[in-house]
Design a protein around this ligand. Structure first.
Ligand SMILES: [Zn+2]
Length: 58
């Protein structure tokens, strides 16, 4: 199961989706357009929460 989390560029207002598995701390969070550091949004957190809830309990 792939887990994704959404970041948002505060300058361009675009959503940057990252695979949690590829996400290293403080890495891969720059906006591809302007290189401003993307921020984690509440919506991104909610999406991750939903994904986690859908994981089979084990
Ligand atoms: Zn940007």
């Amino acid at each position: 199961m792939e887990l994704w989390i959404d970041y948002e560029c505060p300058r361009c207002n675009i959503t940057i989706q990252r695979n949690l598995r590829e996400l290293a701390p403080e890495q891969n969070r720059q906006c591809p357009e302007c290189n401003v550091r993307a921020v984690l949004t509440e919506e991104g957190l909610r999406g991750l929460e939903r994904s986690l809830r859908d994981l089979p309990a084990s």
